[in-house]
Every structure is written in structure tokens, then in C-alpha cells.
Design a binder for this molecule. Structure first.
Ligand SMILES: NC(=O)c1ccc[n+]([C@@H]2O[C@H](COP(=O)([O-])OP(=O)(O)OC[C@H]3O[C@@H](n4cnc5c(N)ncnc54)[C@H](O)[C@@H]3O)[C@@H](O)[C@H]2O)c1
Length: 308
């Protein structure tokens, strides 16, 4: 099996590639190395690993990379609302234009696994299912909403709307809510939390990667559809997360009455659809916080928020 991973040098990609290689797949990563190449270096020892340094904004590059691939896991993107807000034109070119380029080269035999986001729901009363109308509040969510629609219309795709990731990965991201809170609690000794009652939903990065393996194994049943991916046990308010962190790290948490979080997401998500096919997450928020504490106590991150 030949698997192309666009954006494979990123936070999710560098956790996913080893799982694909372990299965004996031939894995080709296509990435422009925005955050450097160090996290992919260990993969070169494996003969089944190939790396293409390319930009998804260049149609010829991505069309060439897709040749002879059975599966395309599409991760390459400008990720998160702060990064998209900082570079809105780039965000549209990569997140929407990149998908159009990919569609230009895809064949009907290729399966596309698209990493979309629960950000597409925005601020919702009640519980979000895959049928809930999308109401993205950020440019990030807007680009992802357009991208997932175009992929479903023009390719044999499975769209995953992931919860917010947490946990350690070779290319580390500290802008993710749980990772950020643990890092600040450890390094600054306090957290200032706005709109602490806002509800969010979480998934460990390893479980995101397991979800892609699950899609490969169940493609016949799943193709052409959208799935929320996460766990209802990890639908938590920001205050819930802070309380779990404060129980493990000696820090002061200030729940601010004044001020607002630019990330306006406030939503609860149903994961019934994917659970009913047999997919379950394995890592809890509690375990993820422990893992982050163990790692971040010893490894210094020199540019903690480089992507935003
Ligand atoms: N981490 C999460 O919480 C989360 C949640 C839901 C969905 N997602 C989605 O999962 C995917 C991966 O996210 P991540 O957390 O690994 O982000 P990341 O920023 O760590 O990785 C993105 C990768 O894409 C590459 N890239 C960016 N622009 C490119 C371009 N023009 N051409 C080629 N490569 C390019 C970057 O170099 C990077 O390696 C994204 O599509 C994201 O929207 C992530």
C-alpha cells in the first residue's frame, strides 16, 4: 500500500508516519518544512519512507507526488485561528487552493483522508452531530469548511472533524489549549483563563493517528462521509481542564471576568457515528496532562509558539 501524507512533517504527521511504516506501508511525505525537518529525520532509516520537499500551492508538485499512491492523507495546512489570522491570504491559498490542486490530480481509485476540524461548528447550542449546520467563526474554520465540501464533491474522501488535539509529538505544538495551559502552568506558575465556562472537546494526537488507520481499514463503509472524531468523555469546559491541571501542578489559576478569548468556540460534540463503527479513543485528558508534564519538565522548547 502506498500512502502519501501531505503535511507529514507537522504535529499530527510526525506521529502518524511511524504508525503507517509499522504496518509495512510505503509512506511518502510531501511537506514544505515550514517548521523545519528535524522531526522527520528518524524516518529516513526506513527504506519504505520517502520525502518530497514541495509546496501544495504548486499544482505540478502535488499532482506529481500523488502519482501511484493508493491513499492520500491530507494534513498540509495553515493550522489554527491565530496562524490563519496572521497570514489570511496564505491560509486561503494553502487550505483551499491546496485542496483544489489536490483535486486536480486525484483519481477515483485514490482514497483521500481529510483532517478537518470541529472548529467548523463554531458556537452551537445543543450537541453537534455531523448533520449540524456549520457556522465557522474563524478564517481557519471557514477555509476548512470549504475544503471539506470540495473534497466530498470531487473525490473519494473521508472527512474527519477532529476535536482539539493534545499530547506530545516530535514536531511539538504548544498553541493547542491543553498543551498551552500545561506549558504555562509549568513555566509561569499561573494561568489566566477567559470565558472559562466555554465548552471544548479534545483528543490525544495518537488517537487522531489511530483514526486514520481505522479509516484505511474501514474505507468501504466510510467513504464519502463526514465523521466527528473524539470522545464524549472529553467534552470539557476550559475550567474543567484547568482544574485537572491545577490538581497536578502547583500553579495559580485566575478565571478572569473581564477580557475574552479570541477563539470563540463553545460546543459539545457527539461521536456516536464513528463509535458505532467500533472506533474509540484510548488516551484520556488526565493521562495526556501527565505525559505533557513529564516531557515539558525536561525538554526545553526554544520557540514555543513559533507557528502563531
Ligand atoms: N492538531 C489539532 O488539534 C487538529 C485538530 C483538527 C484538525 N487538524 C488538522 O490536522 C492537520 C495537521 O495539523 P497539525 O496539528 O499537524 O499542524 P502543523 O502545523 O503541525 O502541520 C502542518 C504541516 O503542513 C505543512 N505545510 C504548511 N503549508 C504547506 C504548504 N504550502 N505545502 C506543503 N506543506 C505545507 C507544514 O510544514 C506542517 O508540517 C491540519 O490540516 C489541521 O487543520 C489538527
Amino acid at each position: 500500500m502506498n500512502v502519501l501524507v501531505t503535511g507529514g512533517a507537522g504535529y499530527v504527521g510526525t506521529s502518524l508516519v511511524p504508525l503507517l511504516l509499522e504496518r509495512g506501508y510505503k509512506v511518502r511525505v510531501f511537506d514544505n518544512l515550514m517548521f523545519g525537518g528535524a522531526p522527520v529525520l528518524p524516518f529516513f532509516r526506513n527504506q519504505n519512507f520517502q520525502f518530497i520537499n514541495g509546496d501544495i500551492r504548486n499544482k505540478d508538485d502535488i499532482v506529481r507526488a500523488m502519482k501511484d499512491q493508493d491513499i492520500v492523507v491530507h494534513l498540509a495546512a495553515i493550522v489554527g485561528y491565530p496562524a490563519c489570522r496572521k497570514e489570511p491570504i496564505l491560509a486561503e491559498q494553502v487550505n483551499i487552493g491546496g485542496v483544489d490542486n489536490l483535486i486536480g490530480g486525484v483519481s477515483k481509485d485514490q482514497l483521500v483522508l481529510f483532517s478537518s476540524t470541529g472548529s467548523n461548528y463554531g458556537c452551537v447550542e445543543g450537541i453537534c452531530t455531523e448533520e449540524t449546520p456549520l457556522n465557522p467563526l474563524s478564517l481557519y474554520g471557514q477555509t476548512k469548511t470549504v475544503a471539506e465540501r470540495r473534497l466530498l464533491e470531487n473525490s473519494n474522501a473521508i472527512v474527519y472533524r477532529f476535536a482539539t488535539a493534545f499530547g506530545i509529538s516530535p514536531r511539538m505544538r504548544l498553541d493547542l489549549l491543553i498543551n498551552d495551559f500545561v506549558y504555562r502552568a509549568l513555566t509561569e506558575g499561573y494561568l489566566v483563563v477567559y470565558e472559562s465556562q466555554f465548552r471544548r472537546t479534545f483528543i490525544h494526537v495518537h488517537d487522531m493517528c489511530r483514526a486514520f488507520l481505522f479509516a484505511i481499514d474501514h474505507a468501504d463503509k466510510m467513504a464519502g462521509q463526514v465523521y466527528n472524531v473524539g470522545s464524549e468523555k472529553m467534552n470539557l469546559s476550559k475550567r474543567d481542564v484547568c482544574e485537572q491541571i491545577a490538581a497536578k501542578i502547583n500553579c495559580h489559576v485566575h478565571y478572569a471576568d473581564v477580557g475574552e478569548d479570541q477563539d470563540k468556540r463553545d460546543y459539545v460534540v457527539s461521536y456516536h457515528k464513528i463509535n458505532s463503527l467500533g472506533y474509540q479513543t484510548t488516551v484520556t485528558v488526565d493521562e495526556g496532562i501527565d505525559e505533557l508534564i513529564r516531557a515539558l519538565r525536561v525538554v526545553q522548547i526554544k520557540t514555543p509558539y513559533s507557528n502563531v
